[in-house]
Design a protein around this ligand. Structure first.
Ligand code: NAD
Length: 282
């Protein structure tokens, strides 16, 4: 069994981006800029935003965080996005999810200029992704594809099973795998007999948010297992959705949690911001 080391790869990618930031500044005078909007005081969201800020700082990307109280109105968030859309020093705009219930998240995400949509959540970019066109792909599934590439795992012809079908994880993951010519099953909460799908998968990708959802008997011998889930247990430990201890004995490759997909997500955010900066019209 080989551990897919997302932490190590993300470090390599960050070093590459750091060099690219210097080159872009020297050749075109551009410093890539990322604007982050966070609403409310959800602790996990604040932790993620801090990690993103720190990563930007590490590679030389300028970042600005707009912290807004949960009482903020839809209109005020929209005004901030409009300003960021117009700001020539901002290449990427990211709205940390979830947003409070009184905010229409779809309208917010649709307001972001698709050219600055470094999270890849805008329907325009999602449509391009499904069509296999150049786009900003969502960072987590994009990170999974990079990790597979690093270990020379080609999805072409593999039976892939994606468990979880959210707009930010499962659906774009399935689209990327389909674009790479895997045969893709997509499972979700209403899937009957989950095991009948997972046990046939050469490549199993799980992003649900339920610890130990995937047990040993649900996994094919020699499968490649990607665990996107992040769950905090009562004792404070972070685990994924896969019973790592048992499943890792059966898998050919597996991602650890933490240290697998999580760091890749942040690396891809930097990579998408860099891509947006390169496409900046000056
Ligand atoms: P979500 O709640 O929006 O979606 C969960 C999906 O899982 C839904 O499609 C739902 O139908 C499905 N599901 C729920 N219970 C199921 C079950 N018993 N069997 C099969 N499918 C089931 O969550 P999300 O935002 O997509 O996040 C999923 C997980 O990925 C969470 O643990 C989240 O923390 C993690 N995540 C990790 C990263 C990362 O960087 N590693 C990034 C984003 C999300």
């Amino acid at each position: 069994m080989v551990l897919l080391d997302g932490k190590g790869l993300s470090q390599k990618i960050k070093e590459r981006i750091k060099r690219e930031v210097v080159e872009l500044k020297e050749s075109r005078g551009i410093i890539p800029g990322l604007a982050v909007i966070i609403v409310g005081d959800d602790r996990a969201s604040h932790t993620y935003v801090k990690m993103k800020e720190r990563a930007c700082e590490e590679v030389g990307i300028y970042s600005i965080v707009h912290k807004m109280p949960s009482s903020i109105s839809q209109h005020e968030i929209e005004e901030t996005i409009t300003l960021m859309n117009r700001n020539p020093n901002i290449d990427g705009i990211l709205v940390q999810l979830p947003l409070p219930d009184h905010i229409d998240a779809t309208r917010i995400l649709e307001l972001i200029d698709p050219a600055k949509d470094v999270d890849g959540f805008h329907p325009y970019n999602f449509g391009r992704l499904v069509q296999g066109l150049d786009t900003f792909a969502p960072c987590t599934p994009l990170g999974v594809m990079e990790l597979l590439k690093e270990y020379r795992i080609d999805p072409k012809g593999l039976n892939a099973c994606v468990v979880g079908a959210s707009n930010i994880v499962g659906k774009p993951m399935a689209a990327l795998l389909l674009n790479a010519f895997a045969t893709v099953d997509i499972c979700h909460i209403y899937t009957k007999d989950l095991q009948s799908h997972t046990e046939r998968a050469d490549l199993l990708v799980v992003g649900v948010g339920k610890p130990h959802l995937i047990r040993e008997e649900m996994v094919k011998e020699g499968a490649i297992v990607i665990d996107i889930g992040i769950n905090k247990l009562d004792d404070g430990r972070l685990v994924g959705d896969v019973d790592f201890e048992r499943v890792s004995r059966k898998a050919s490759y597996i991602t650890p949690v933490p240290g697998g997909v999580g760091p890749m997500t942040i690396a891809m955010l930097l990579s998408n911001t860099m891509k947006a900066a390169r496409q900046r019209k000056v």
